[in-house]
Design a protein around this ligand. Structure first.
Ligand SMILES: *Cc1c(COP(=O)(O)O)cnc(C)c1O
Length: 418
């Protein structure tokens, strides 16, 4: 994995150049496009601080990245070709360097978030099974673990597909071979013939990572047609930097698409989900009625801000691959420290070694303490079984230490009562 780190100066020059390559609403006779720069009464383009703020300049120029710009039909809206090239470079970095894809063999775009990227995947595969196999929606099942993010049942609901939910083992949070077999056999008997598998590259609640091969070994062995999507919305910018297992990348031939989020680990603004898929699949969701878009439309969202792509590119370029890796390793060391302290206190928790989430068994944490430190529960609809800590960059060591001190006092007082 390698991409170069740029200086602030170089980043700024590249963005300003891209904005120049876009057609500027001020200088060209753009008569037919229902788009323009941001309202200049409120967002005045000559504010002095803008000179050194390329992201804000992009916001004000307001390029629309509607469509998918990695598709080589060369027919994206020419007006925004400068910033579209930045998005293309960004998709290449993430799909090829982070997720080990072959050069120029993936398409992708910046979606509104992980939710949209996941729905986009399920939408593509539903249409794929309909078109290539004549499948009816009730014959196409969406397979996912019990710990999967709710965007997946949302996708199944929107697209009218049955869900096949695989239970996980209580303490390892792993799907079990036997449970998978039982659930798939049952679905098969109910007429499900085609499968859309969602494999978590870290669940949101636990940071657990689904063993992709448990899924693929089973489906290959039984010759069941499937497509597999990796939901890396949470773990996509941390796991691959410390674990290069090809199973969770485009090196694995069973993986057709991957989603990750710029607005979680990467600290990009909201609106920066990243959807990536092997070439050839976007055609299943082309909307031919999008006749007024030169390159047609293949995305769920339609119009979207080019500034979002620029922001993600800027962050990746600012760190380079080595800098980002170092930053993620630092977060993981701090998570290791937290776990070591919990071990000393005899507190039980779940943690995957490549992920910065620690889910603590609820019986060890008084509710008031969990609330004071904004821990997140696995459920607010019933009594929580787990409270999680996510060691994000803002989670300062001092906060963790104070939480641990209070937890220690609570545990000691409980021991004295016994
Ligand atoms: C956050 C998350 C999502 C949804 O992402 P949004 O950006 O909130 O739409 C999907 N899957 C996982 C695993 C997540 O952690």
């Amino acid at each position: 994995m390698y991409w170069e780190r740029y200086t602030h100066h170089r980043i700024k020059e590249r963005i300003l150049q891209a904005l120049k390559e876009n057609i500027n609403y001020n200088e060209y006779p753009i008569l037919g496009v229902p788009a323009t720069y941001l309202d200049e009464e409120e967002f005045y383009p000559d504010a002095p601080f803008l000179e050194n703020a390329p992201f804000m300049q992009t916001l004000i120029a307001n390029p629309n990245h509607i469509g998918v710009h990695t598709l080589d039909n060369g027919r994206s809206l020419k007006i925004f070709k400068g910033t579209q090239a930045i998005e293309r470079e960004l998709i290449e970095i993430v799909s090829e360097q982070v997720f080990q894809g072959e050069p120029k063999q993936q398409d992708g775009y910046i979606a509104s978030g992980g939710t949209e990227a996941n729905i986009q995947a399920v939408w593509i595969y539903r249409n794929y099974f309909q078109k290539e196999f004549g499948a009816a929606p009730h014959e196409i099942g969406v397979v996912y673990s019990d710990d999967t993010h709710y965007s997946i049942p949302k996708a199944a609901n929107l697209l009218g597909l049955p869900s096949i939910i695989i239970p996980v083992e209580e303490s390892s949070r792993l799907i079990q071979q036997e449970a998978l077999e039982a659930k798939i056999t049952e679905a098969n008997e109910q007429g499900v013939r085609y499968f859309i598998i969602i494999s978590n590259l870290s669940t949101t609640m636990f940071g657990s990572v689904d063993p992709v091969n448990v899924y693929t070994d089973f489906f290959v062995k039984h010759k069941l047609p499937f497509k597999l999507h990796i939901d890396g919305a949470f773990g996509g910018f941390i796991f691959p930097f410390v674990n290069r297992d090809p199973l969770y990348s485009f090196k694995n031939p069973h993986v057709t698409s991957i989603a990750t989020d710029g607005h979680k680990m990467l600290q990009a603004p909201y609106g920066t989900g990243i959807f990536m898929i092997r070439k050839g699949y976007f055609d299943y969701v082309v909307t031919p009625q999008a006749q007024y878009i030169p390159g047609l439309d293949y995305t769920l969202c339609g119009s979207r801000s080019g500034a979002n792509a620029v922001a993600v590119w800027m962050i990746l370029r600012r760190y380079g691959s080595e800098g980002w890796k170092a930053k993620m390793e630092e977060l993981l060391y701090r998570t290791d420290d937290l776990c070591a302290s919990l071990d000393e206190l005899g507190v039980k928790y779940y943690r995957h070694p490549n992920i910065n989430i620690v889910a603590i068994r609820a019986e060890y944490v008084p509710v008031a303490l969990a609330q004071k430190y904004f821990l997140v529960a696995d459920s607010y609809q019933r009594a929580p079984k787990w409270w999680k800590i996510v060691v994000m960059p803002h989670v300062r060591q001092g906060f963790i230490d104070r939480f641990l001190e209070e937890l220690a006092i609570h545990i000691k007082s409980k021991e004295m009562q016994l």
